[in-house]
Design a protein around this ligand. Structure first.
Ligand SMILES: Cc1cc2nc3c(=O)[nH]c(=O)nc-3n(C[C@H](O)[C@H](O)[C@H](O)COP(=O)(O)O)c2cc1C
Length: 324
């Protein structure tokens, strides 16, 4: 089902979650090829952009194929977020800019007073959203957790809407809860009842049936999937097809997984320096192989590979064992 964030039309209700270290251009390209409606980037730091940090610049790579795309930023002051959003709009032209108000990582939330720390300071959060909305001509969205240590998602959602945001994503766990408890979807429902901008529900979707259940139980406008796409981008396609026409998912074959490893490797080597590409691909390959017969045994060897050729040799030997 089509829906909109401001003026941006989105073909279906499946959104790829922003994941630091994961959602780079190659991973997003694969998600898009699975029919993902809206793709989110990994977060970039407001200060990294201002100080022209090369790693941050590298993280901003995107291709038109990935559109519509939402670029996420995190930061702690209205002024730095204004400058960062202006820079991103001018250089990257993303379709949407998303503000991170959920990251619980110490460096971001405690040292940087950004991410989920903004949930403790609603006034500052409001000013940040106002500044970014005033700065860029594209829709601005915000992704929140349900609170810092206590739940204030409704208050936050109201002020985010008042500040001019065009949509809000709710990951219904507090910063203190990290990932230790199940996501409480009833908070997504409460937020949906509270605001009139679109609400994207997020947390613990592992199957297309979960995706449908979240839409039904919360009435949210779209669902966002993170961890379950690791090693399983087919989940995106399964969700799109199940939500759009009730098609039941097919089992992903080992051959499909091996093909995907190659495709992902090629994309990484095309777009990243060799060392970065191989170290990222080792992680992704381990996810793609997860659950296959004796895959645990090849993991240590996988993490010792230093070239694309070594990785392919290892994978091909393993496929022979599986087909034996
Ligand atoms: C490795 C990893 C990196 C993440 N990085 C970000 C990020 O950069 N920005 C953000 O808003 N959330 C980030 N998240 C949180 C996810 O977007 C999502 O809210 C969370 O994982 C819950 O959804 P899930 O149950 O579908 O994984 C990250 C999560 C993981 C596992």
């Amino acid at each position: 089902m089509k829906w909109n964030i401001g003026t941006v039309e989105i073909d279906n209700q499946v959104v790829l979650a922003p994941m630091a270290g994961i959602c780079d251009s190659p991973f997003r390209t694969i998600a898009k090829s699975m029919g993902c409606g809206l793709i989110c980037t990994e977060m970039v730091s407001d200060r990294g952009l201002i100080y022209d940090n090369t790693r941050t610049q590298d993280m901003l790579q995107m291709t038109d194929y990935e559109r519509p795309i939402s670029q996420q930023i995190f930061g702690s002051t209205p002024e730095t977020m204004k400058n960062a959003s202006a820079y991103i709009y001018e250089h990257m032209h993303p379709d949407i800019i998303d503000i991170n108000m959920g990251c619980p990582v110490r460096k971001v939330a405690i040292k940087g007073q950004s991410g989920s720390a903004l949930l403790k300071d609603p006034d500052k959060a409001y000013k940040i959203v106002c500044e970014v909305v005033d700065t860029v001509p594209v829709p601005v969205t915000v992704k929140i957790r349900s609170g810092w240590d206590k739940i204030n998602a409704l208050e936050m959602a109201r002020l985010i809407e008042d500040a001019g945001a065009s949509a809000i994503t709710v990951h219904p766990r507090t910063k203190e809860q990290s990932y230790c408890v199940d996501a409480d979807w009833s908070i997504i429902k409460d937020v949906k009842n509270e605001v009139s901008i679109p609400v994207i529900g997020n947390g613990d979707i592992r199957t297309c049936f979960d995706a449908k259940r979240m839409l039904d139980e919360t009435s949210c406008d779209a669902i966002m999937i993170g961890r379950a796409t690791l090693g399983n981008p087919w989940l995106i396609k399964q969700c799109v097809e199940y939500l759009d026409n009730g098609t039941e998912p097919k089992k992903v074959t080992k051959e499909e997984r091996f093909e995907m490893i190659k495709r992902h490797t090629e994309l990484l080597f095309e777009r990243k320096p060799e060392k970065v590409a191989i170290s990222k691909m080792r992680v992704h390959a381990a996810y793609y192989l997860k659950g296959l017969y004796r895959s645990v045994e090849i993991k240590p060897k996988l993490f010792k590979t230093t070239t694309k050729e070594e990785l392919y040799d290892l994978i091909e030997d393993y496929l022979k064992i599986l087909n034996y």
